[in-house]
Design a protein around this ligand. Structure first.
Ligand SMILES: Cc1cc2nc3c(=O)[nH]c(=O)nc-3n(C[C@H](O)[C@H](O)[C@H](O)COP(=O)(O)O)c2cc1C
Length: 539
């Protein structure tokens, strides 16, 4: 095992929440130092995108069979819609004097560490360049102009993280949440692209250093040192136009060498009172080198129709986290339960069409209120061999009774597991008042020991599953919430897992939401219409 892998396993151990103490975070929140959730660059030309709010022609369930959705033309309006439905605002919430934006992609604590960039080598769409997407203003900032005459026409999206945004609130554990959010963002992009009849191809062979150079993140002088952005993923958007040639990283790097860069990032927060050096260290230990290209062939899977099937864009924009659940709700219908979990299995549909690796993450399920499923603890393997592998590692008293379901599902133990779910998820009632909650169990030590950067990949996979659960919950007429706060080793203890072979990396809960009527909901982009209208005349 490399030194990097050892350091990453130590980071993971150190950032566990324990029943008798939480991972290291700020003693109190310095609200005046809260980082802005919107990055902007000074000194860049901006490129307006057409007015947000357009609807996709397809319905949510059409995304189950992306090949049947006609490819929309590659226009700025459609690129704007892609960005809006992936990373754009979905609403504003107001409580008294406080107002905050929600986005199509979820983020722990609504802090949004993920930034998105568009790289265009198709002059028919936009001058060749690197563009930063500003979700608040729904426009692009041109960071770089370069000559792409030697490159095939193409459209690319890069994702990066500003760890400080998340660390401000969550301290040392924040690096994990940033990775979850990359997974959510990749999934959001994959769903939005599918709605346009496009496909996201994750160019996972690229190393972080290359991605950083392509997006201009290695230009240290353009960023406040404590607010730097780290590269995560780079994707090609296959728009079906057929003009796109083979992507070549070296050719892109070569063309960018004569690029002209503009602007510098505005400061996000003033003081940086607390510092979390362990995050920079684990980021360094998990840098991804270039790797061989990997692509998966996925099975087709027929999913039963969801209970609610609005326009895909409407469902994407209505995604929210529930803050509270109705602990006395009617049980979730069995058909919805089956559909939600079938949607988590790798298949030729978004977001798995944007994922290049076999499933490493499986589900431990706390069933509370589901029609036809006895309350209890369950295990859902997401690959053929997973149940056989994990079973010997678990406590011997679990029954592993196969459930009659459209997929492999095992009951470990029947009974009321609400209190256990709540306690394990940092005593949060959202884990017990729902229809079900779950933990995402990753094949852990093997992956991290093989290649330290896979630590990030495991969290990305969990985020990918999180976004599926968020959207599927809406399609079932209920609501989901990601749960980053759980007592890691207490979860493993319940299952009888003794070491780091398997680790739970993300929790989730789904049920009937209770709305907080004190909160007002406002439209996502009314502020753009206001700023576009002519200024009132004086007098
Ligand atoms: C990775 C992750 C972890 C989260 N952890 C918790 C949690 O432990 N408890 C909770 O109440 N909400 C949790 N949330 C919900 C977020 O606070 C919520 O997504 C955020 O406020 C944004 O709101 P939205 O999802 O409605 O856009 C989590 C969300 C994510 C994505």
């Amino acid at each position: 095992m490399s030194d990097d892998s050892g350091a990453v396993l130590d980071y993971h151990q150190r950032t566990k929440h324990q029943l008798n103490g939480y991972a290291k975070g700020p003693a109190s929140l310095d609200w005046d130092d809260q980082p802005s959730p919107f990055r902007r660059f000074d000194g860049c030309e901006t490129v307006a995108l057409p007015q947000p709010g357009a609807e996709l022609d397809c319905r949510y369930a059409d995304l189950d069979r992306p090949a049947t959705i006609p490819a929309q033309p590659l226009t700025l309006a459609n690129v704007g819609l892609l960005l809006e439905l992936s990373f754009g605002l979905s609403a504003w919430k107001q409580f008294g004097p406080d107002r905050w934006a929600l986005r199509c992609n979820p983020s722990s604590g609504n802090l949004h560490p993920t930034e998105a960039y568009l790289l265009c080598t198709d002059p028919g769409l936009l001058a060749a360049g690197v563009y930063h997407y500003v979700s608040h203003d729904h426009h692009l900032e041109r960071r770089c102009r370069f000559d792409a005459a030697d490159l095939p026409a193409g459209l690319y999206v890069g994702l990066s993280s500003i760890h400080w945004r998340e660390a401000w609130k969550y301290g040392e554990r924040a690096f994990r949440y940033c990775q979850h959010d990359i997974g959510h963002a990749l999934a959001a992009l994959s769903y939005a692209a599918a709605g346009l009849g496009w496909r996201v191809e994750l160019l996972s062979e690229a190393g972080d250093a290359e991605i950083g150079a392509w997006l201009g993140l290695d230009r240290a002088a353009d960023f406040v040192a404590d607010e730097r952005e780290t590269p995560d993923l780079f994707c090609r958007i296959d728009t079906g136009a057929g003009a796109e040639g083979e992507f070549s990283g070296p050719a892109l790097s070569q063309s960018l060498q004569s690029g002209e860069w503009f602007g510098s990032a505005k400061r996000l927060s003033g003081r940086h009172f607390y510092r979390w050096p362990i995050i920079d260290q684990v980021a360094e230990h998990t840098l991804k080198p270039p790797t061989p290209a990997e692509r998966l062939t996925l099975p087709a899977l027929e999913l039963a129709p969801p209970s609610q099937n609005p326009a895909a864009s409407r469902l994407i924009r209505q995604r929210r986290s529930a803050q509270h659940f109705n602990g006395k709700s009617a049980p979730l219908p069995l058909a919805d339960f089956y559909r939600i979990f079938a949607a988590l299995l790798p298949a030729a549909k978004p977001p798995f069409t944007a994922w290049n690796w076999p499933a490493q993450v499986h589900i431990v399920l706390f069933v509370h209120r589901v029609d036809g499923i006895e309350p209890g603890l369950y295990f859902l393997p997401r690959s053929a061999e997973a149940a056989d592998r994990i079973r010997p590692a678990c406590a011997a008293d679990y029954v592993w009774q196969r459930v009659d379901a459209p997929f492999e599902l095992y009951r470990l133990q029947a009974g009321n597991v609400r209190q256990a779910a709540k306690t394990l998820s940092c005593h949060q009632p959202i884990a017990s008042d729902s229809a079900f909650s779950l933990g995402m169990l990753a094949r852990f030590a093997d992956n991290v020991s093989a290649e330290a950067w896979r630590y990030r990949r495991l969290f990305w996979e969990c985020g990918l599953l999180g976004q599926i659960l968020y959207l599927e919950a809406e399609a079932a007429g209920v609501r989901g919430t990601g749960i980053g706060c759980f007592f890691d080793d207490a979860v493993h203890g319940v299952l009888g897992l003794q070491d780091q072979t398997w680790q739970s990396l993300y929790h989730f809960t789904v049920g009937e939401p209770l709305e907080d009527n004190r909160l007002q909901t406002l439209p996502a982009y009314a502020h753009l219409a206001q700023s576009a209208s002519p200024a009132p005349e004086n007098g």
